[in-house]
Design a protein around this ligand. Structure first.
Ligand SMILES: [Ca+2]
Length: 223
């Protein structure tokens, strides 16, 4: 435990040097400029990872034996009046995370983009964007800097729910459903079942949706 803590603190210090904005949160989660501002929240087996009450990250755990064998960070776009935040408004999606238990596999971690295609405000279908190395998205524990996943061309976008294929590009997702309203963008961890120990755990240091960054100080544990 202590070793993990020390490694985590060392890692956080390194991230602060490499990516100053990763651990020093923006003034507000709602401060995104232009399309894509919004609010982050936690769900499932998610908790703030703190040191001396200072939030350093979010721990997302999928324990196959738990009542809620999943965890995530959800981003809800905030729009004014009758404006809509559509899929083609979503141009940048990235995360910095450390896979601490299990690994990457079973389709997790991934981003799940909820789309409302009939205008009732509820998601009808989702587009999934996988984290990890294409084409299998299976690898061990370790630190991942994704960069902007939406500009990658390595077929990490699953458009099968909107008439596409499991291995697709974000460009084609836009072709298929660019006008659909985005109601949520979730970073999901739910593949504990796919690992021998039955647990997949991830420490998330940063998530960015367009220009809106995860603000750890604005997050509270899920109910
Ligand atoms: Ca709907």
């Amino acid at each position: 435990m202590m070793t993990n803590l020390c490694r985590g603190l060392a890692l956080t210090a390194m991230l602060c040097c490499l990516v100053p904005e990763a651990a020093s949160a923006a003034p507000s989660s709602e401060s995104g400029s232009g399309s894509g501002s919004g609010q982050f929240s936690l769900f499932g087996d998610a908790s703030l990872w703190t040191f001396w009450r200072i939030p350093l990250g979010v721990q997302l755990t999928s324990d196959a034996a738990a009542d809620e064998p999943f965890a995530g960070i959800s981003f809800e776009p905030k729009v004014k009046g009758n404006q809509t935040f559509t899929l083609d408004d979503l141009t940048s999606l990235s995360t910095i995370l450390w896979v601490t238990e299990g690994g990457i596999g079973g389709g997790s971690p991934r981003f799940s983009i909820g789309l409302d295609e009939d205008g009732d405000g509820e998601a009808d279908n989702s587009v999934f964007v996988y984290v990890g190395d294409a084409p299998n998205f299976t690898q061990g524990t370790g630190l991942i800097f994704t960069g902007n996943l939406l500009t990658k061309t390595d077929l990490r976008v699953d458009t099968s729910q909107i008439g596409g294929t499991f291995y697709d590009t974000y460009e084609n997702a836009i072709e298929l459903a660019g006008d659909a309203a985005v109601v949520s963008v979730d970073l999901v961890v739910d593949s504990g079942w796919s690992f021998e120990e039955g647990v997949q755990s991830v420490l998330v240091f940063d998530v960015q949706v367009n220009k809106t960054k995860l603000n750890l100080r604005k997050l509270t544990a899920p109910n």
